[in-house]
Design a protein around this ligand. Structure first.
Ligand code: HGY
Ligand code: MN
Ligand code: MN
Length: 418
């Protein structure tokens, strides 16, 4: 696919102030303290944020659609409705300690692209659909990326429907609740053809800031495997149970995690144990059960695969008198994005006069799933000191604007390709 040259792209009508205001407005939905956001997937705070975005979209001559996992599609019609649309977006759910930009930036920058086109009084050949994918973060329903996996038909609805959150609520019930709270939003099937997908996102790393470059053209995303490790021992009295009689689930878990951390250090891979549940979690009881998460990531698939085998070996080596089960809940190999889309982004940045550089993504994104569905690319903007998944997350207004301009120029080109 060769993207046509820009025909007077509406980039001049991108209004960074308007986009910034929307970002700050959306940050109020699930606001925590100064700048923090806790907006779980398919929650009432997300439903309210969703309704706000739908209202903005309707005022921009866009039509909302959704599907059974509550992905949100905001369609801006093109001159030829028969052509597959260009998708642009990200997610609006957040981590419990989220910030104002992760995910939301890509959705609202997409809305800004449409508003700039509308204000420019032009229409693209292809429709443009701004998308908010369901449950990207995976903090409420694990694993994440639900909406993009199911839309691209890499997972079936049935595979994800019975996923439960910490309160035992099923994903399908939470999604149904969102759908019934929608006002006049038409339901669509999964897997609808798309011409391309572009996602704008904060880098969530320090590189662009360190290089002083406002926009990154993302070359790919590192590979990952995610697990839940469950250790079963036996509850016992902290004062009377002898060391040799103990089946201490916590000490077994600690030995496994310490050995894994040493291996990750040697292999140079990112290893995170972010979730850790102890039962009965009582000071004078030897723990009978521990469940913890393992999130490993590395650009080299062989390293990720090597650690996969190593984790299972550790579970046997350190189990002592406990039993240990290792359950993989997600696996996504590292990938390289479409060269053509990267070129379109580079041309768009040049024509918009925005300096850019190539950059690799250490964070996961819905673009990973779209990559297997249609030509896909990503645009990064810097975030202060690379901080994200943290209330301190911050992006500079001029970078928010620069990224939206490059996104606008890119989407305009793709939506008018020959
Ligand atoms: O975990 C990730 O990489 C993404 O930010 N959810
Ligand atoms: Mn994100
Ligand atoms: Mn995130």
């Amino acid at each position: 696919m060769t993207a046509g040259a820009s025909r007077g792209a509406p980039v001049a009508f991108v209004d960074g102030q308007r986009l910034w205001q929307r970002l700050m407005t959306l940050a109020q939905f699930g606001a925590v303290g100064e700048g923090g956001v806790d907006r779980p997937a398919l929650s009432d705070t997300e439903a309210n944020a969703r309704a706000r975005i739908v209202a903005w979209a309707r005022a921009l001559d866009m039509r909302p659609y959704t599907d059974r996992v509550a992905n949100l599609f905001l369609r801006f019609e093109g001159t030829d409705p028969t052509l597959p649309p260009v998708l642009v977006g990200s997610h609006i759910d957040s981590q419990p300690t989220g910030g104002r930009f992760d995910g939301v930036y890509g959705v609202l920058a997409g809305l800004e692209v449409v508003q700039a086109i509308l204000v420019s009084d032009k229409r693209p050949r292809r429709a443009i659909e701004v998308v908010a994918w369901t449950n990207e973060e995976g903090s409420r329903f694990a694993p994440g990326m639900t909406g993009s996996y199911v839309f691209t038909e890499q997972k079936s609805f049935d595979e994800v429907a019975s996923t439960r959150d910490g309160q035992g609520i099923k994903l399908e019930d939470a999604a149904a609740w969102i759908l019934q709270s929608d006002q006049d939003v038409e339901l669509r099937d999964f897997g609808r053809e798309a011409c391309a997908y572009v996602e704008a996102h904060i880098e969530q790393g320090p590189l662009l800031q360190r290089e002083g470059v406002p926009v990154g053209i993302v070359t790919g995303i590192q590979g990952t495997r995610r697990y839940r490790v469950s250790v079963d021992g036996a509850a016992a009295h902290a004062g009377t149970a002898s060391r040799e009689d103990r089946r201490d689930a916590l000490m077994t878990a600690v030995r496994i995690i310490a050995a894994l951390d040493d291996a990750a250090d040697i292999a140079g891979l990112k290893c995170t144990v972010g979730l850790f549940n102890v039962v009965p979690n009582a000071p004078s009881v030897v723990p009978s059960n521990v469940v913890f998460s393992v999130d490993i990531r590395h650009p080299d698939n062989e390293v990720v695969d090597m650690i996969d085998g190593f984790l299972k070996t550790l579970a046997v080596e350190h189990r002592g008198r406990c039993t240990v089960s290792v359950r993989q809940i997600a696996h996504a190999p590292s990938l390289t994005f479409s060269r053509n889309i990267q070129n379109v982004i580079a041309e768009a940045a040049a024509s918009a006069g925005v300096p850019c550089m190539s950059i690799y993504s250490s964070a996961g994104h819905d673009a990973r799933q779209l990559h297997y569905f249609c030509p896909t690319g990503m645009i990064f903007i810097p975030c202060r000191d690379g901080v994200s998944h943290n209330p301190e997350e911050w992006a500079e207004p001029e970078h928010v604007t620069a990224g939206a301009k490059v996104l606008c120029e890119t989407v305009w080109r793709l939506a008018n390709d020959d």
